[in-house]
Design a protein around this ligand. Structure first.
Ligand code: F6R
Length: 247
């Protein structure tokens, strides 16, 4: 299903409330909540609302386990552009999550060990019962996570090469495209699909053409987000600008 909201502030709150509901209902059952998280501009409002719910309404993340979708490769954790730093600054430093419950693909590994590391990442997700909810943004290439055009629907966590357009879109953060890493470690389409619930968010006119393809276009590996049409557990949450090219 597709839900369209007046603006991204209202839409982000809806997503935060959904996350809070899952955490609270799993807490009541004495179970952990396993969240798949994204970085980038899109989820910042969701994280801001979660922080508010924690500080003002007592929402606790003590029983929450998180797995981030991706990280640039190579990338030092302390670097300005690292997703470790992004998550700390935009969410983790402001809530009561246990540090050992946080998982983000490691951009500092030697190439030789990445394949094993990626398999272990998948096993860690399974070992805690799988993802209860995965939140996603979407790139202008149609990527989810960093699953660029050509990604297989059953792909797992792996090292990938970033699309040129994705590197161009990231160039501002890195002070030029030439400084954007050419690779990333990302959960696969298959990994994302195993989540019990998936929410893809998109805001602004800039995302309208790719949202049209993702929601209404032919299902194709050239636009990886179109694979989401095959799942019954996906919700597209859009602001009116991102939805403006839907028929
Ligand atoms: C980030 C990620 C990417 C972004 C996408 C949109 O962890 O997996 O797929 O969600 O590139 O980025 P923004 O939100 O900055 O437009």
């Amino acid at each position: 299903p597709v839900s369209v909201y007046e603006n991204d502030r209202i839409a982000s709150k809806k997503v935060a409330y959904r996350i809070a509901d899952i955490i609270k209902s799993k807490d009541r059952r004495g179970e952990n909540t396993v969240l798949g998280l994204a970085t980038g501009a899109t989820p910042i409002g969701v994280y801001a609302e979660l922080i508010r719910l924690h500080k003002e309404e007592g929402l606790s993340f003590k029983n929450v386990i998180t797995f981030n979708l991706d990280e640039y490769y190579p990338m030092q954790s302390k670097a300005q552009q690292s997703y470790v730093r992004f998550m700390d600054e935009n969410l983790f430093n402001h809530i009561d999550i246990r540090r050992d419950n946080i998982h983000i693909p490691d951009g500092t590994l030697k190439k030789e060990v990445i394949a094993d590391y990626c398999l272990a990442y998948e096993r860690q997700i399974s070992a805690v019962g799988g993802l209860d909810l995965q939140i996603l943004g979407i790139g202008r290439t149609g990527h989810i996570g960093f699953n660029e055009p050509g990604s297989a629907p059953n792909s797992g966590t792996r090292l990938v090469t970033l699309d040129d357009l994705t590197r161009r879109d990231a160039s501002r953060d890195f002070g030029g495209k030439e400084n954007v890493p050419t690779k990333a470690i990302t959960m696969g389409i298959g990994t994302i699909f195993k989540a019990k619930e998936i929410i893809l968010m998109a805001w602004s006119k800039k995302k309208a053409p790719i949202i049209r393809k993702a929601v209404e276009g032919e299902i194709t590996g050239n636009v990886p987000a179109t694979y989401l049409q095959l799942s019954d557990n996906v919700e597209f949450i859009l602001d009116s600008d991102a939805a403006s090219e839907l028929t």
